[in-house]
Design a binder for this molecule. Structure first.
Ligand SMILES: Cc1cc2nc3c(=O)[nH]c(=O)nc-3n(C[C@H](O)[C@H](O)[C@H](O)COP(=O)(O)OP(=O)(O)OC[C@H]3O[C@@H](n4cnc5c(N)ncnc54)[C@H](O)[C@@H]3O)c2cc1C
Length: 228
């Protein structure tokens, strides 16, 4: 990592006063205090358009093959302006932080759509870029910063839902590691809505502490880490 590291926080919560948003601000403060240059993309505030369809590509007749269109648009410099801007931000950043509440055991649709459009084939993965260790972003780090409705106990192996790592696997392995990132162990506050103010303040201190010690943070539990 350079002496002046940079981070991109992509935040997806519709309420600016949410606990999830407070976590994202704490992450930004902590990173800036360490000397990071931080870019912050607030998807709801920007009314980010999450649907990948043919209208974002130059007009053409016939069969629409999304990955082929992405590939061509990357090569021909015709990516949509919003995609190009955030793709450039991704490429600038040493660290990517995805900030979101767990919705249906996954990402809110707006953030999933950001992935669909910004992680375009032929840019951060695929073709010359390769996948996993050969992908464009190899050597960079990414971390999930999330909240849940369910308690930590309910997201344990014996809990009602099952282990949180299983639900986050498709993001860590299928999205972040796929494009080359080292995915760090997620930073999660469970059930902030059922906590009291003291517990929430402590949770924010825990988030600050986690971002202050990223260099010591283990990798997420994925097949890559299991294989090593
Ligand atoms: C469509 C949908 C699907 C969902 N699916 C799931 C699921 O699959 N699994 C699951 O577990 N949950 C699920 N949930 C629940 C969701 O994950 C939680 O509601 C969410 O993560 C809680 O975080 P929040 O930021 O929205 O909390 P909020 O309700 O915004 O915040 C909790 C409390 O913290 C307070 N707060 C805000 N800022 C601060 C601060 N700086 N300091 C102290 N307190 C503060 C707020 O005022 C509020 O009282 C789902 C929710 C939706 C809408």
């Amino acid at each position: 990592m350079s002496t002046h590291p940079s981070a991109l926080i992509v935040h997806a919560h519709p309420e600016p006063a949410s606990f999830t948003a407070a976590q994202a601000r704490v992450a930004q403060e902590s990173l800036e205090a360490q000397g990071y240059t931080v870019e912050f993309v607030d998807l709801y505030a920007q009314h980010w358009a999450p649907v990948l369809d043919r209208t974002e590509f130059p007009p053409f007749e016939g069969y629409f093959k999304p990955q082929q269109e992405q590939w061509d648009a990357v090569r021909e410099g015709t990516l949509a302006a919003d995609v190009r801007a955030d793709l450039d931000a991704v490429i600038r950043a040493d660290l990517l932080v995805l900030s979101f509440p767990l919705w249906w055991f996954s990402l809110p649709a707006i953030l999933k759509g950001w992935m669909d459009r910004v992680f375009a084939m032929g840019s951060v993965w695929g073709g010359d870029a390769g996948i996993f260790e050969n992908a464009t972003l190899a050597g960079r780090r990414a971390v999930l910063l999330a909240t849940t409705g369910g308690s930590a106990e309910s997201f344990s192996k014996e809990g009602a839902y099952g282990h949180i790592d299983d639900f986050l696997f498709h993001i860590n392995r299928g999205m972040l590691e796929f494009v080359g990132y080292d995915a760090l162990r997620p930073i999660i506050t469970h059930a902030p809505a059922r906590a009291d103010d003291v517990q929430r303040e402590q949770a924010l201190r825990d988030v600050r502490q986690a971002f202050g010690t990223l260099d010591a943070r283990p990798l997420a539990a994925t097949s890559r880490t299991l294989a090593h």
